[in-house]
Design a protein around this ligand. Structure first.
Ligand code: THU
Length: 138
């Protein structure tokens, strides 16, 4: 992942964030995943009157990729902040960390960004140490 690729993913996440459905929290999140085959999928948070039915931006993006047959995650970029405000560092929630871990390939990078210039990079292990896995075939 070079700087241009990271910048591109942050831009795509920012665009996805504009589609957020967040009538209850006013908090808009966008995510962009890059898959092993080079394809990108984006997602936003989608809230629900029954709060627990809300889907985070990260899971929207990952589930879009997996449902299209892409299962190996090379990187994910995340941006978030209050509607009409600037983005602040927005870290994936616990459920999203577990979902990212499920599909992350070795070396998968998690980019948490305020903007294209200010971002932090993490490994999956840093954000979810001692990850729970069942024994998978591969
Ligand atoms: N949210 C995300 O989309 N991703 C995160 O990593 C944290 C939280 C959403 C869920 C909800 O719509 C709003 O942000 C406030 O929690």
């Amino acid at each position: 992942m070079n700087e241009n690729e990271i910048s591109e993913m942050i831009e795509l996440a920012m665009q996805a964030r504009t589609k957020a459905y967040e009538p209850y929290s006013n908090f808009q999140v966008g995510a962009c995943v890059k898959m092993e085959n080079g394809s990108y999928y984006t997602g936003c948070n989608i809230e629900n009157a029954s709060y627990g039915a809300t889907n985070c931006a990260e899971r929207t993006a990952v589930f879009k990729a997996v449902s299209e047959g892409c299962r190996k995650l090379s990187a994910i970029a995340i941006v978030g902040g209050l509607k009409d405000g600037e983005c602040d560092y927005t870290y994936p929630c616990g459920i999203c960390r577990q979902v990212i871990a499920e599909f992350a390939e070795q070396g998968c990078v998690i980019v948490v960004a305020k903007n294209k210039q200010e971002y932090r990079m993490y490994s999956v292990e840093e954000l979810l140490p001692e990850t729970f896995h069942l024994n998978k075939e591969e």
